[in-house]
Ligand binder design. Structure first.
Ligand SMILES: [Zn+2]
Length: 233
């Protein structure tokens, strides 16, 4: 996707310094916006046998509360930071000194399952349209994922994967109290990472920070050995 003029300018100013980093930001829009920010080494996807969990560099998860426009301000900042920063959202790092990364931004797709709810019924629609615009501004596309896709990722599975809830003292996730929207965003993140992994299985993966001049194949031939991936030369 082409960058907007402003996006191109910023991208040009922020040259990549952390190569082969993949960022994922997910949102669960609603009365409270649940969010996650994952940073992975691209090697998670460069070879079929590489496990995703092994290559997670950091992850973070939370919820935005308050007025809808306040939540959206925070969400927009998170999108920008994931796109142009190289550190998790909550860290205090000089953004200008950091990197341009490959970033996916995802939100739960709106599904009209009820007609009651008054003015807030369409809040997720409003939120997603603003997130979509924010992504467009920075040269990205907001991905939408159906609610039904996340339900297979249970609270227990998240703990097994090593993700402890930051919302509770014992690390357990909840679907009913504070932290439930963050949990939903986590479910979406896991599903999306698996989808990216699935896509990667059918492709010879090129490691790249988004700039072609220092991209390289994650292949044995890069080390002078016999080529073991099908890829163009
Ligand atoms: Zn090769």
């Amino acid at each position: 996707m082409r960058l907007s003029p402003l996006g191109s300018l910023v991208a040009g100013l922020l040259m990549a310094k952390v190569p082969n980093e993949y960022h994922l930001v997910t949102f669960d829009p609603g009365g409270t916006i649940g969010w996650t920010h994952f940073v992975l080494d691209c090697r998670a996807f460069s070879r079929p046998e590489h496990k995703i969990l092994r290559w997670i560099k950091s992850w973070d998860c939370g919820e935005f509360s308050g007025q809808e426009h306040e939540q959206l301000t925070e969400a927009s900042r998170l999108i920008w930071q994931a796109r142009f920063g190289d550190m998790p959202y909550n860290s205090k790092v000089d953004v200008v000194a950091s990197a341009l990364s490959r970033t996916d931004v995802l939100a739960e797709d709106f599904d009209l399952t009820q007609l009651v709810g008054g003015k807030n019924l369409l809040s997720p629609v409003r939120i997603n349209s603003v997130l979509g615009w924010e992504c467009y501004r920075w040269g990205m596309h907001l991905e939408l994922q159906n609610r039904s896709m996340r339900t297979k990722v249970t609270k227990e599975r998240l703990r097994e994967f090593g993700f402890d809830s930051p919302f509770s003292r014992n690390g357990n996730w909840t679907t009913t109290s504070k932290g439930k929207d963050g949990f939903a965003a986590m479910q979406h993140a896991i599903v999306w990472l698996r989808r990216v992994k699935e896509i990667s299985r059918s492709k010879p993966w090129k490691l790249s920070d988004g700039q072609t001049d220092n991209a390289y194949w994650d292949c044995a031939c890069e080390e002078g050995k016999r080529c073991d991936l099908r890829h163009p030369r």
